[in-house]
Ligand binder design. Structure first.
Ligand code: ASP
Length: 389
């Protein structure tokens, strides 16, 4: 089993701190011993910074996706666009990448049909726009952007969908085979004796609010995800694996569904923006909304920095992750430490990942593997090329 799957909380990297940060979460008394985020010195001109993530749980090997997003965002900043537009452009690239849970590649919900995409964008000038529960739009982040030009901050459901229609944005079929496989995997976990965090002891059949009947067993659940033929093929593959005693990857402790995308940006003028886009979690009742469109939960930006989270939305909302990371950065903590302190009440089983940028540099951290990339000035960083310990 890969090292990152063994339950250790993996630390990523602090800007310019080329030696890796220790893996265990520090006690507050130990914070002074952590390597500082090494950003710009007070009297040096600010370097532009862009950081992007492909979601908590996404393999670090997919960091080429966030890297492209970072470069696209940076190109826009170099052309004179503000952080708001740069962050959105970065997100658009990730929404087009079917390997991530946003736009094309968005998660399917439990019935195998429902898709609900959420997105949000915020900058340090006080602009915020968010949308929740829309489908069929290739770039939900552009709907969130448009919400910011209305008197509102957040639009949801049928009204948001109708609003999106007025924008005449490009449509797309968002569901992919990968999303179907993830759903089948999610069902196996839910129906196992160790369901994912939050679902333990929950009578989900009683709460079932989809139009199709609740599945009675794993076979019926897999049919929702994969169809009759797909469910049969999966059962046959499992039987063959069991016969050859191959390791069953589906017994992984991760539920493998939290690969939301996020971007944070700092301009050389010291302006900030954060943006997020997601298909939400697969194993969710119809109408469930996570942290992504909620100001201060999934994202926050202000004069002291920008923060974008990923992971179990319920835990991120409960801990007000983005607002808390931001508050600590505003108090002078470097981004990496701010992230680690503000997420300490979220368990590895719940899962969280955060990217953040401030005038002291940038940070990226997750409870598991996470694809991410960063560019500070001319220097590029990506999760799969970092030293881990
Ligand atoms: N935070 C997202 C949600 O709960 C999931 C993710 O990060 O992929 O909707």
């Amino acid at each position: 089993m890969a090292a990152w799957r063994q339950g250790a909380r993996l630390c990523l990297l602090t800007a310019l701190a080329v030696s890796s940060v220790g893996c265990t979460r520090p006690a507050s008394s130990e914070l002074g011993e952590l390597p500082p985020s090494v950003g710009d010195f007070d009297d040096a001109p600010l370097k532009p910074i862009v950081v992007a993530h492909g979601g908590q749980g996404s393999p670090a090997a997919l960091s080429d996706g966030p890297l492209r997003a970072v470069q696209a965002a940076r190109t826009r900043m170099d052309a004179g666009d503000p952080p708001w537009e740069a962050a959105i452009v970065g997100i658009e690239g990730l929404e087009d990448d079917p390997r991530f849970n946003a736009g094309i590649g968005a998660n399917l919900r439990m019935d195998g049909k429902t898709i609900q995409t959420d997105a949000a964008v915020m900058d340090d000038l006080g602009s915020f726009g968010a949308v929740a529960g829309i489908r069929g739009v290739r770039h939900p982040i552009r709907v969130a952007e448009a919400v910011a030009s209305t008197p509102h901050l957040l639009m949801v459901g049928a009204g948001a969908q109708a609003f999106a229609d007025t924008l005449k944005l490009e449509g797309a079929t968002l569901a992919t085979q990968r999303a179907r496989d993830k759903l089948a995997h999610g069902w196996a976990r839910l129906l196992s004796d160790r369901p994912m965090a939050g679902w333990e002891g929950v009578d989900w059949r009683k709460a079932w609010n989809y139009e199709v009947p609740a599945p009675k067993n794993l076979r019926e659940a897999r049919v929702l995800a994969l169809g009759e033929e797909g469910a049969d093929a999966l059962a046959a593959a499992e039987a063959a694996a069991e016969a050859s005693q191959a390791e069953d990857e589906s017994a992984d402790t991760e539920d493998g569904t939290k690969d939301t995308v996020g971007v944070v940006v700092r301009s050389s003028e010291g302006h900030y923006a954060a943006a997020l886009s997601t298909g939400g979690t697969t194993m969710a009742l119809r109408g469930r909304v996570g942290d992504v469109p909620q100001l201060g939960a999934g994202l926050y930006a202000g004069p002291h920095g920008a923060v974008a989270a990923t992971g179990k939305g319920e835990a991120i909302i409960r801990e007000r992750v983005a607002a808390e990371v931001y508050r600590r950065m505003a108090d002078g903590l470097p981004p990496q430490q701010a992230i680690e302190v503000a997420t300490r009440n979220i368990t590895a089983d719940e899962g969280v990942g955060v990217i953040a940028v401030s005038d002291l540099g940038w940070g990226a951290w997750a409870t598991s593997q996470m694809a991410w990339a960063a560019q500070e000035g001319a220097k590029l960083y990506r999760a799969d090329e970092m030293v881990w310990r």
